[in-house]
Design a protein around this ligand. Structure first.
Ligand SMILES: [Zn+2]
Length: 275
């Protein structure tokens, strides 16, 4: 999965650290990140290439002992020689993977900083906390933290069969087979979300809900929780056409091959195929 970068290790702990010339910089223009490409690899720019913007830079995290800093650019910023912007789809396959994971995680953090500039309580301009990754209101004292939306992915199984779905293109641009998924609603446990989403999307009941693994998914600011669940009762699928274009049972030997290896969805499909 995208976050499986061992032996590299993300150290997300916040440090009140100032940018310095040799450090790596993740610079965004909207949801596009700046980089240089060389053959199959990409390289991030250095803080030194944008040193005049250093007051706008924020410490992000470390990977191993390498510091990463964040800069939100606008269209008027110069693009250094050899650099180009890439949208987030690029980072699903980009190498090295630990840097792709760094960029996607930085996107999530950048969305927090760019959308949390004024206090939601009193409308005063917020300030950066010096001690944690948070924005503080100097007027009323409220503190705002990055938002992470929990959501579930569920592999519905029936003996040798797995239920795969495809999104309705008007709802989601992802075109390949996927699993039932959805956001946790207020007041729900993750297991209740599993039951509700399966019923809403495909009209099935499930039992024996078992947790598998989780995945931080910075593309959408989500924490994905993966579950396996067994069909309980009728296998007749009723597709919610507002979200899905189809839902279909596949036996292990019939499950379509996928060439993506970064997503929890894909890992769960492969886990079912091979176990
Ligand atoms: Zn306030």
């Amino acid at each position: 999965m995208l976050q499986d970068i061992y032996p590299a290790q993300l150290k997300i702990e916040y440090e009140s650290k100032k940018p310095y010339e040799g450090a790596a910089l993740i610079a965004f223009n909207g949801e596009n990140a700046l980089l240089r490409q060389d053959n199959d690899e990409f390289f991030l720019p250095c803080v030194s290439e944008f040193y005049e913007y250093r007051e706008k830079m924020r410490f992000l995290f470390k990977i191993n002992d390498e510091d990463f800093f964040l800069l939100d650019l606008d269209d008027e910023c110069p693009v250094p020689d050899g650099c180009c912007f890439k949208d987030m789809q690029y980072f699903r396959r980009a190498k090295p993977q630990y840097k792709a994971f760094a960029v996607v995680t930085a996107l999530h953090i950048n969305k927090f900083y760019t959308s949390c500039r004024y206090c939601g309580g009193c409308a005063a301009k917020l300030k950066h906390s010096e001690s944690e990754r948070a924005m503080c209101c100097p007027s009323c004292g409220r503190t705002f933290y990055p938002q992470i939306a929990p959501s579930i992915i569920v592999a519905v199984t029936d003996g040798d069969r797995l239920l795969l779905t495809k999104y309705n293109s008007a709802h989601n641009a992802y075109k390949k087979y996927t699993l039932v998924a959805g956001y946790c609603e207020t007041g729900e446990s993750a297991e209740q979300t599993v039951r509700r989403e399966v019923m809403e999307e495909v009209g099935l009941r499930v039992k024996n809900i078992r947790y598998y693994k989780s995945q931080p998914w910075g593309f959408t600011g989500t924490l994905l929780l993966g579950y396996f669940a067994e069909l309980d009762g009728s296998d007749k699928v009723t597709v919610d056409e507002s979200e899905l274009s189809r839902a279909q049972w596949f036996s292990r030997s019939e499950i379509p091959k996928s060439d993506s290896d970064i997503s929890l969805t894909n890992e769960m499909i492969e886990y079912f195929r091979n176990n």
